[in-house]
Ligand binder design. Structure first.
Ligand code: ADP
Length: 498
């Protein structure tokens, strides 16, 4: 990827157009709602644009169009080969448009531009992965008595409502709409009100690629309005949500309020990074740990916000992490050398700083950070606390900011107990060369995804093929890989007597 200088990104940012409006039945359809949202750039605290909030009527129109599209089969009944070709064309358009999509995300939510670019390309690859699945999955023919023909088939659910957060705007949208579309559903996507532009753009790219009108609708708007409407609407067959655990609970109730509506929830986390005494190359481990907590300003559900390190290595490790934290100096997210942008909003910064104050009041010691730099923008310094009381709020609750809490342990049992000492269960990272210990941790930790010895050096792993399912208050429903297709389908069993 050719490097683009900061000044060029800034020039392009100044010229970029924001098109934030409902995308319904193949075209932008301005909302008649009277409310307006001011779209704030968190790096400058200035408005980028204003847009109409979108309301329940927009949501109803979008669902109506999606229902009609599903029922008449304009996408659902296309052959797998045709679906694959259309989704591949969509992926190509997303890849070709990655710089614009990345700029929109950076401007709206403050992510450093190179990270945003990685997200946009990753969105294209996600779409490609699910496109390729369309004509390669087979249903099952069961052994039966000779007079019957019995098979099981996965069918699309119908109209899927996808409700996405602001922390990976383009990436999260792709992770939901790609498997939903590949499975043959129609989708109504509601992006976060804090970062809606790239989702609207995705819809127009999908249309240009040949996804028929009505099959991918986007309704920007508030959670309490558009989001609630989608969750309770009788023509929405399935809800796929990523966001906070608090909103996940509200949605679970909303989905059960009037119907038995299935849903999947990918919610908060308080993920542990466990370092055993034999961990290899502490400096590389520290670099990876810093990356897992400071990336995206710590606004990641799977952020490794708790370091659980063996007492024999913890001091040295914390020293190395503090050095790496110094490389996350807050700065303009349009500068490609900057690794730490602003938090998404003033409210989010307040929330994170309240946690920092609570940590200090509770006796935790600051190793670095703990403040906000003297510049406009909702910045918080990369922060590391040691001596954290395992019962305190910073130890147990999701902060969603660049704040790492450090705990020391003496035995593997203690490490596992500490790792499981929150209500969440999203991811766990482990560093060790002891295969037996690694095996035990992988089995015992309550987390949907475990990574062992993952440095920041690029490795492909399984590409986009690994799926996982959160546990406990982090939600439920598989996301990623072929397993990530299953929630968007329902199983039909058919018996023919001949
Ligand atoms: P965060 O706190 O990280 O912003 P939220 O859970 O509030 O995360 O938001 C994630 C997504 O859920 C956003 O698109 C938001 O608009 C939507 N949302 C928020 N509240 C509701 C609600 N009551 N019903 C449906 N969607 C909601």
């Amino acid at each position: 990827m050719p490097e683009i200088a900061g000044s060029d990104w800034r020039k392009r940012a100044a010229e970029i157009k924001f098109e934030i409006a409902p995308f319904i039945d193949g075209a932008f359809a301005p909302s008649a709602a009277s409310g307006v949202i001011e779209d704030i750039n968190p790096a400058t605290e200035k408005a980028l644009t204003t847009f109409s909030v979108g309301d329940e009527d927009d949501a109803r129109r979008a669902v109506g169009g999606a229902r009609a599209a599903f029922d008449d089969g304009r996408w659902r009944l296309k052959s797998p080969v045709e679906k694959r070709a259309t989704l591949l064309a969509f992926a190509d358009l997303v890849a070709a448009d990655a710089e614009t999509l990345a700029l929109l995300d950076t401007l709206e939510m403050g992510k450093p531009i190179l990270n945003a670019l990685v997200d946009a390309h990753s969105a294209a690859r996600t779409i490609r992965f699910y496109a390729e699945a369309c004509d390669k999955l087979a249903d099952s023919l069961l052994n039966s008595d000779p007079q019957s023909l019995v098979f099981q088939r996965r069918e699309p659910r119908g109209v899927v409502a996808a409700i996405t957060p602001w922390n990976f705007p383009v990436g999260m949208a792709a992770l939901k709409l790609a498997p939903a579309l590949a499975a043959g559903n129609s989708v109504v996507l509601k992006p976060s009100e804090l970062a809606s532009a790239s989702a609207c753009r995705l819809a127009s790219l999908a249309h240009a690629a040949g996804i028929p009108p009505g099959v991918l609708q986007v309704v920007p708007g508030l959670g309490a309005g558009v989001g609630q409407m989608l969750a309770t609407h009788g023509d929405v067959d399935f809800v796929s949500f990523t966001g906070s655990t608090a909103t996940g609970r509200v949605l679970q109730q909303a989905c059960g309020a009037r119907a038995l509506k299935p849903l999947m929830l990918e919610c908060g986390g308080k993920s542990p990074q466990i370092v055993l005494p034999d961990a290899p190359d502490l400096d590389a481990v520290a670099e990876a740990i810093a990356h897992r907590i400071f990336r995206n300003q710590g606004q990641v559900c799977s952020a490794g916000s708790r370091l659980i390190a063996h007492r024999s290595v913890v001091d040295r490790l914390v020293e190395c992490i503090a050095t790496h934290a110094g490389r996350y100096a807050p700065g303009d997210p349009l500068d490609p050398h900057v690794r730490l942008g602003p938090l998404v909003s003033a409210q989010q910064r307040r929330r994170v700083m309240d946690y920092v104050a609570a940590g200090k009041a509770n006796g935790a010691q600051l190793v670095c950070g703990g403040g906000t730099p003297d510049r406009p923008g909702y910045y918080v310094d990369a922060t590391v606390f040691t001596g954290v009381d395992p019962q305190s709020s910073i130890a147990r609750e999701e902060i969603f900011g660049p704040v790492l809490c450090v705990f020391a342990f003496d035995t593997l049992d203690q490490a596992i107990a500490l790792a499981n000492a929150t209500e969440y269960g999203l991811t766990t990272t482990l560093w060790t060369t002891d295969f037996a210990a690694a095996h035990r941790v992988c089995r015992e930790v309550r987390a949907g995804r475990v990574s062992v010895n993952m440095t920041t050096a690029p490795r492909e792993g399984a590409g986009y093929a690994m799926g996982s399912e959160p546990m406990r208050q982090s939600g439920f429903g598989a996301e990623g890989g072929l397993a990530g297709l299953t929630p968007y389908t329902t199983l039909k069993g058919v018996q023919f007597n001949v």
